[in-house]
Write a protein that binds this ligand. Structure first.
Ligand SMILES: Nc1nc2c(ncn2[C@@H]2O[C@H](COP(=O)(O)OP(=O)(O)OP(=O)(O)O)[C@@H](O)[C@H]2O)c(=O)[nH]1
Length: 351
């Protein structure tokens, strides 16, 4: 008798659309306690896996070095095949399902193909579906501009329209219409994180349970805003059609910065003031986890296109590595300026 296959769910969504925030809430649900979480990082400075707060039952594996969809498919296959014994105790596997968070620029098709059409993997793992996050405020413009965002939506079984708390219903309705034209069969749900009440929480987690456990029923009930019949689709084999991934992203560049020296708060504030003047659609994403001379806890600072998120002081460093890290992705006209400005964080304090 063969053992039951392990369900795998992909979490994708454009840069800054709320994947990590969702994943954090998701894996705290008791039903997801025994999850193996695979986080793919963009660029050479890994930060996201540090921001996933998981429990002792869960393991977060970082897949560094580029985008899951093109450069590290072999790594993903190896990680999944090795995981069964690497994360086992006394011969017992320590996880019951796998959640994979992609980078914000990932094309899901090759990942789905790796999982759905790969013999050794298919023997042990069961492909479940795709959850795609779309930013309520910025999603429509992002969908128009980026092929990656369109493909992330096109392959979704469940689209979560995040940050609904920040956007009016008319804009959300318009975004839902836009998504419908690209994926008529996905279930859709506007959400706020953390969910605003118990009802919202239950709707979100029953939709996530449905897509993770392969149960179409709750998904059918998620969204009836358009009156369309919603059905969960299991992509089995999706041709890549010779498409060059990241066609639009070629114009994009990124920089990353790591330092073991704490930064003076004043200097960080001046840097942040400068960085914010460049918060626009040319700067797709900036994330900074910084140690200051005044505070041992890390400051988490984030920008998603023109939206500057409030700075958060984390309770503690997620790992023993207390180095500051900054990563930015966007058009080189902006990213180069920010990279230059970031050098100033390193210089000796003025005397
Ligand atoms: N107000 C509000 N803010 C949100 C919500 N979801 C996410 N955010 C904020 O949006 C910012 C980006 O969220 P992340 O979860 O880091 O987004 P991501 O998709 O993982 O980003 P990348 O890894 O860069 O692609 C953070 O500052 C979050 O706090 C939401 O529902 N409401």
């Amino acid at each position: 008798m063969t053992a039951a296959r392990i369900p795998v769910t992909l979490l994708t969504g454009f840069l800054g659309s709320g994947k990590t925030t969702l994943l954090n809430a998701w894996v705290k649900q008791p039903a997801f306690a025994r999850s193996l979480i695979i986080v793919n990082e963009f660029g050479d400075v890994a930060l996201d896996h540090l921001l996933v707060a998981h429990s002792a039952d869960q393991t977060v594996v970082e897949l560094p070095g580029g985008c899951l969809c093109c450069t590290v498919r072999g790594d993903l296959q190896k990680t999944l095949l090795d995981a069964r014994w690497r994360f086992a105790r006394g011969g017992q596997r320590q996880f019951d399902r796998v959640l994979i968070e992609t980078t914000g620029l990932a094309d899901p098709a090759p990942i789905i193909n790796t999982l759905a059409a790969n013999d050794p993997l298919a023997r042990h793992y069961q492909w479940q579906g795709v959850v795609t996050t779309v930013d309520a405020g910025q999603g429509e413009a992002t969908l128009k501009r980026f092929a990656e965002a369109r493909r992330q939506v096109a392959f979704a079984d469940l689209v979560l329209i995040t940050k609904a708390d920040e956007t009016g219903t008319a804009a959300i309705d318009s975004l839902i219409g836009e998504i419908r034209t690209r994926n008529p069969s996905a279930a859709m749900l506007p959400i706020s994180l953390p969910p605003i009440d118990e009802v919202a929480r239950n709707r979100l987690f029953s939709a996530l349970t449905a897509v993770t456990m392969g149960d179409a029923q709750p998904l059918n009930q998620v969204d009836d805003t358009t009156g369309l019949r919603i059905r969960k689709i299991h992509p089995v084999r999706i041709p890549e059609a010779g498409e060059t991934p990241h066609a639009d992203a070629d114009a994009m560049t990124s920089f990353s910065w790591v330092s073991d020296q704490p930064v003076a708060s004043e200097k960080l504030a001046a840097w942040w003031a400068f960085v914010q003047t460049h918060a626009n659609e040319r700067l797709l994403r900036l994330k900074a986890l910084v140690r200051t001379t005044e505070k041992p806890e890390p400051q988490l600072m984030q920008i998603v296109q023109h939206r500057v998120h409030p700075t958060i002081t984390l309770a503690d460093w997620p790992t023993p590595d207390h180095r500051s890290r900054i990563i930015a992705i966007g058009e080189s006209s902006v990213v180069d300026k920010l990279a230059n400005a970031t050098k100033a964080l390193e210089s000796a304090p003025a005397v």
